[in-house]
Design a protein around this ligand. Structure first.
Ligand SMILES: [Zn+2]
Ligand SMILES: [Zn+2]
Length: 504
């Protein structure tokens, strides 16, 4: 006998009936228990955050997870289905901050971190009922009665165990990471927050700076560049952030581009040939031209030698040993900086020669890591210039005109204008953001890069182009993982620092 099938089918009703049958007879659990003792198959349930309502995209990802587990169960594996909830992170903090009317970290500390975290703890399961209903309704077999929860001390203990294992293997170190930083709020902003604060009417200086080439370099290149070595020669670079110039430690060129040697008032200026006109050097005498790659290996004088202004000079890789930043003394024969080639030099604007300050920009920082450049951090977290420069203690934007005056007095300012362009501001307080290299704890994932790549080669990817595409690229270009955050509501790091000697 079978139940009669009507000509009008109500699919939602059929689904409800099946769900009820599954629930009444504990089918989900039976499918797992019946295979106990068989080979184990572990599925890591990437936990969703339950402080917001589930969306349609969650349905899709939950179905994928369910299908894999069902398939493996049907193949005879024992597949437990442990649910998980991600309860930590900035989204939770932001929601609590706005409910308390806070706009910066200082207010959280005034309020009390313990109390703030208590509010976070209370808010994380606001929508758990909706999640449970959705999960059950779409037929996702998941043990939601015994979930793992990231705020549980048991879970945190597992994280600590992992960190300790990595520490013992020498895979954890303290270094720097470049983040968009608000000098007023005293915090890094996420890319989402940065996107909230772009202004396309920001007015800034637009300046062309001369970097004096070391005469020794010129002797070797006299013939190539067709110049008289008794006359001074400069690389010309453009910037809208003069305050980053004391942090300059390299200049970048495009290796394939053509660079002109222009003679102006008894001195030479080197810049991309296609930009001569735009920079205002169209009518001047061009005595020679070379490819960008021919400029590699040239060295130039620092605009502001950090050793003369009591600012530390560090080298990449920037590793903080026992809490102490390793700085270097001035090399014998004086400090000089290199010309490097990169793939991000624009030939649309500027001079085709890019000023690199690894302390103040993400691509600059990456270039510093790649090329082992020097690192000079001449600004503090409040956005004030450090050291003993004539413009020290000033907020960076107030230091801009003083820096330009200083360069002008030394004949190193070629041209100075104002520009209206797009620049990110803090969405909370409208302070201009600074891209800033901050201390962060890293996991040395690059130490196991080869194993990650060979492991990926054995994975069956759907869709297959991800394997050597997005994911493969990511592994090929793997950089160490900065896993610490400057926030309150998260897994505390099990690293203790001695306040008197700085040892860990
Ligand atoms: Zn701010
Ligand atoms: Zn100590």
């Amino acid at each position: 006998m079978f139940r009669k099938v009507g000509s009008k089918v109500n699919f939602p009703q059929i689904e409800q009936d099946i769900l009820r049958f599954w629930k009444e007879h504990g089918i989900s659990n039976k499918s797992i228990e019946a295979r106990r003792g068989n080979q184990h198959y572990v599925f890591y349930e990437g936990p969703p955050t339950a402080n917001g309502s589930p969306g349609i995209h969650h349905v899709l990802s939950r179905l994928f997870k369910d299908i894999i587990c069902r398939y493996k169960t049907m193949k005879g594996y024992h597949v437990p289905r442990k649910a998980g909830w991600d309860t930590h992170g900035l989204p939770v903090e932001l929601e609590v901050e706005s409910s308390l009317g806070f706009s910066n970290k200082a207010q959280i500390e005034q309020y009390g971190v313990a109390q703030f975290n208590q509010k976070c703890r209370e808010s994380v399961f606001n929508y758990i009922k909706e999640w449970e209903v959705m999960t059950e309704r779409i037929g996702y077999w998941l043990d939601m009665k015994h979930p793992y929860i990231t705020l549980d001390n048991g879970y945190i203990k597992s994280c600590w165990w992992i960190v300790k294992k990595l520490w013992d293997k020498g895979l954890i170190y303290q270094g720097y990471k470049v983040t968009p930083h608000c000098p007023r709020c005293g915090t890094s902003l996420s890319s989402h927050e940065v996107a909230l604060g772009y202004r396309d009417d920001a007015e800034d200086p637009s300046v062309y700076i001369k970097f004096r080439i070391i005469p020794d370099t010129l002797i070797a290149w006299r013939r190539l560049l067709n110049i008289d070595i008794d006359k001074p020669a400069y690389f010309l670079a453009w910037t809208t952030t003069p305050w980053t110039l004391p942090g300059n430690t390299a200049l970048a060129v495009a290796p394939q581009a053509e660079y002109a040697v222009a003679e102006v008032d008894g001195e030479y200026l080197i810049l991309a040939s296609t930009l001569l006109e735009q920079v205002g050097l169209g009518p001047c005498r061009v005595v020679g031209s070379v490819k960008g790659r021919d400029l590699l290996g040239a060295r130039y004088e620092p605009l502001f030698n950090p050793h003369k202004y009591s600012v530390g000079r560090e080298h990449f890789p920037l590793i903080i040993e026992a809490g102490i930043r390793k700085t270097w003394s001035e090399p014998r024969g004086g400090l000089t900086y290199p010309v490097i080639d990169t793939d991000f030099v624009s030939l649309e604007e500027g001079t085709g020669i890019v000023h690199i300050a690894p302390a103040f920009g993400e691509v600059d920082f990456d270039a510093g890591v790649d090329r082992g450049l020097d690192f000079v951090q001449s600004v503090d977290l409040e956005g004030k210039v450090t050291g003993t420069y004539p413009f020290s203690d000033k907020f960076v934007k107030d230091a801009d005109p003083l820096i330009l005056d200083d360069l002008k007095s030394r004949g190193l300012l070629y041209r100075s204008e104002r520009i209206i362009h797009t620049y990110p501001f803090c969405w909370r307080c409208e302070t201009p953001l600074l891209y800033y290299a901050k201390k962060a704890w890293y996991i040395r994932t690059t130490a196991v890069k080869d194993r990650l790549i060979s492991g990926n080669a054995e994975i069956n990817w759907y869709p297959s182009h991800i394997k050597y595409g997005r994911f493969g690229d990511w592994l090929e270009n793997n950089v160490d993982w900065a896993f610490s955050r400057e926030r309150y509501w998260g897994t505390p790091l099990n690293i203790w620092c001695c306040s008197s000697c700085g040892n860990y």
